[in-house]
Ligand binder design. Structure first.
Ligand code: COS
Length: 382
């Protein structure tokens, strides 16, 4: 169901669906096997103006709406979740600039993100700072009108491919979490290197790579927000982006269910198509119901954020938690409906199941989402 999309949103959905069906679907297997950043498809998406949805209108964008991001990401993920991730990660890297960047930074970077010229990435995670995001060790110490960065980030989506990186680093190591800051670093800065490229279970039409900073000098004008605001900027960014992960999960579940249903029409056992068996019908009904519940939650939360809501951490977390658990359940059941064939790489459902798993882990594990939700609920009802 479309849940009251505006005409513009319906057009956007149609545009992305056509692109995904015509340009991406024929290549799902090749993209999964190649495990590379899908630059040609990303360029085609820039031609379709899709990167403009991350950027406010005054910087040549379409208005940075979470709902539009959800629509595009869901449609991409329905066919190729890895491509959806490569795309959404540009949004993740852009959010801090949109929410907290100076006018100078916005003018310099946002129009070039909008037209697809610049790929962005967000760099928070470190070997010892995952769920414990405040425990960041990368340092950005001031030296005159520059920050000097030293440290390592891991698992960074679009790492090595992106042109700009929003890096969370410590400008005041004596202050712990309150000493963190968000700093924009350009690819090509001397001392900024790319390390290990991860070999991942799923989302293989995207890359996750290590970033290494060795005395990287960045002008202080690249500070996003103020010094010491880094943790808050990171948390706000995640609150803003988690509905996008949730939309990705909805798309994955939808794609897997469609494959399973089509297969159930074709597959004949005991003299008839297995779609006629109630054992299969019950599974399909549960899949479809869970997907609609997830989709309606994701759209509602996206609209709530777009309405100008000030506090929405728990709703973002709920959408991400619920939709990703649905994606894992639905993709596992889709494999089950298809039996032995579901387990084979010839069909995309085993890939959807691999792709689904990460949605329960990244942008905060589902255990962390539950923590965020429980804390907010506990505060409300004393
Ligand atoms: N928005 C704004 N501010 C927030 C916030 C949010 N969503 N969440 C926390 N803060 C603020 C708190 O208000 C607190 O400020 P004060 O000390 O002034 O009150 C400060 O940040 C510290 O918060 P808290 O005490 O809750 O920090 P914790 O170390 O307990 O951890 C969690 C908070 C676990 C929620 C956080 O570390 C987290 O989200 N971890 C997961 C990170 C993640 O998603 N990683 C994935 C990789 S990024 S792709």
């Amino acid at each position: 169901m479309d849940y009251f999309l505006t005409e513009e949103q319906q057009e956007l959905k149609k545009l992305v669906r056509r692109f995904a069906e015509e340009r991406v679907r024929p290549r799902w297997k090749e993209l999964d096997e190649a495990h590379e950043f899908p630059r040609d498809l990303i360029e085609e998406m820039a031609q379709l103006d899709l990167f403009r949805i991350f950027v406010p209108e005054e910087y040549d964008g379409f208005g940075s709406s979470v709902m539009n991001i959800a629509i595009v990401v869901e449609e991409l993920a329905r066919v190729e979740p890895g491509l959806a991730v490569s795309f959404a990660a540009v949004g993740l890297g852009t959010i801090p600039i949109v929410l907290y960047g100076s006018d100078e930074l916005k003018e310099k970077y946002l129009p070039r993100i909008a037209n697809g010229e610049l790929i962005a990435a967000f760099a928070l995670t470190e070997p010892n700072a995952g769920s414990d995001a405040g425990n960041i060790q990368t340092k950005a110490l001031k030296d005159g009108d520059h920050y000097v960065l030293n440290g390592t980030k891991i698992f960074i989506t679009n790492g090595g491919e992106a042109d700009i990186y929003t890096v969370i680093a410590s400008t005041r190591p004596d202050r712990g979490m309150r000493g963190l800051s968000a700093i924009l670093v350009e690819k090509g800065a001397p001392g900024f290197k790319f390390g290990k490229k991860e070999d991942t279970m799923g989302i293989r039409a995207s890359v996750q790579r290590e970033l290494i900073f060795e005395d990287v000098r960045v002008p202080t004008s690249n500070l996003i927000g103020r010094e010491g605001m880094g943790f808050k900027i990171a948390m706000d960014t995640l609150d803003h982006s988690r509905p996008g992960v949730a939309a990705q999960a909805v798309g994955i579940a939808q794609g897997a269910m469609e494959e399973a249903v089509k297969y159930a029409h074709q597959r004949v056992q005991f003299g008839q198509a297995i779609i006629n068996f109630q054992a299969i019908q019950m599974m399909i009904a549960d899949m479809a119901t869970q997907i609609e519940a997830a989709r309606s939650l994701v759209y509602s939360v996206a609209r709530y954020i777009d309405s100008g809501a000030k506090r929405y951490s728990e709703y973002s977390a709920m959408a991400k938690l619920f939709a990703s658990d649905v994606a894992m359940k639905v993709t596992t059941d889709a494999v089950q409906v298809m039996g032995g064939y579901g387990y084979m790489k010839e069909y995309p459902v085993e890939k959807f199941m691999r792709d689904a798993k990460i949605t329960q882990i990244y942008e905060g594990t589902n255990q962390i989402q539950r923590l965020v939700i429980a804390r907010e609920i506990a505060k409300k009802y004393r």
